[in-house]
Design a protein around this ligand. Structure first.
Ligand SMILES: NC(=O)c1ccc[n+]([C@@H]2O[C@H](COP(=O)([O-])OP(=O)(O)OC[C@H]3O[C@@H](n4cnc5c(N)ncnc54)[C@H](O)[C@@H]3O)[C@@H](O)[C@H]2O)c1
Length: 258
């Protein structure tokens, strides 16, 4: 442990998932106190147990909440404040996926994606801002490589991810006077349990997944969730004190189909 987030308090949403749990563990390893948030209660409980076992000194609280409901934002922030007394870092990371061409895109899918992947970031940020202003803290929003380079078949998701980048930059401009930094991380192919489950359901093997990644980016492989967590950690830490209003591609040099 090197204490890169020593004494900082962080909220991480989507913490039961691949990138969120890796970020939660890394933040704990680096001395942060973390509030892990997810709607998947059993998943959240198992991530908390896993982090406590890997990092016995970890100071963790967890909250089951659906971030796509506006009212969750105040519950999340008040839990962080009542548990830890301050907020230094907000990592908006919760996300869902949908695979509909725009020609068939359903209104309910648009609604779910925009509420979960974009509006939840706006609502939780708005609620946390008074505390982030007090701590001169920062926000790391998890977007996607496809927020910059859209593709066919996931238009609703890619729109939301582009919106996150735009919102991050607006926030950086608006909150700079309060000492707040805001940045986005844009992951590429990151092998999480979600991708493994989806591949299995579609009859694709691990070899198929690896072949997909080999043709998908310069790194020719999937990222481990921890490889996304490290740039999040860096942006959240004081090491990135001069970095704001940016979106960092963490995608192994993703190939873009023109
Ligand atoms: N894995 C990738 O290849 C990849 C690539 C680019 C971007 N991302 C982004 O990274 C983030 C994390 O993705 P991941 O790969 O770890 O996915 P994941 O599916 O493993 O985790 C997402 C987590 O968000 C939670 N969640 C979803 N909707 C929620 C809601 N309404 N309220 C509370 N929690 C909710 C889920 O329960 C899950 O635990 C997402 O925003 C995703 O879009 C992932």
């Amino acid at each position: 442990m090197t204490g890169r987030l020593k004494d900082k308090v962080a909220i991480i949403t989507g913490a039961a998932g691949g990138i969120g749990s890796a970020t939660g563990q890394l933040f704990c390893e680096e001395g942060a106190k973390v509030l892990l948030v997810d709607r998947d209660e059993p998943g959240l409980n198992s991530v908390v147990a896993q982090i406590r076992s890997a990092v016995p000194s970890a100071e963790i609280a967890s909250l089951t909440a659906d971030v796509s409901e506006e009212a969750s934002a105040s519950r999340i922030v008040s839990t962080a404040i009542s548990t830890f007394g301050r907020i230094d870092v907000l990592v908006n990371n919760a996300g869902i996926r949908a695979y509909e061409a725009l020609a068939e895109a359903k209104t309910e899918t648009w609604d779910a994606i925009l509420k979960t992947n974009l509006l939840s970031y706006a609502w939780l940020t708005r609620e946390a801002l008074p505390h982030l202003r007090a701590s001169r803290g920062n926000i790391v929003n998890v977007s996607s490589t496809h927020g910059v380079n859209p593709r066919a078949g996931m238009g609703q998701y890619d729109v939301a991810k582009a919106g996150i980048i735009s919102m991050t930059k607006t926030l950086a401009f608006e909150e700079a006077a309060h000492g707040i930094r805001a940045n986005a991380v844009c992951p590429g192919l990151t092998l999480t349990p979600f991708h493994l489950r989806r591949a299995q359901a579609e009859g694709r093997t691990r070899e198929d997944l690896d072949a997909e990644a080999a043709h998908g980016c310069l790194a020719r492989r999937w990222a481990e969730p921890r490889e996304i967590a490290y740039p999040i950690l860096w942006l959240a830490s004081d090491e990135a004190s001069y970095i704001t209003a940016t979106a960092i591609m963490v995608d192994g040099g993703r190939f873009v189909v023109g």
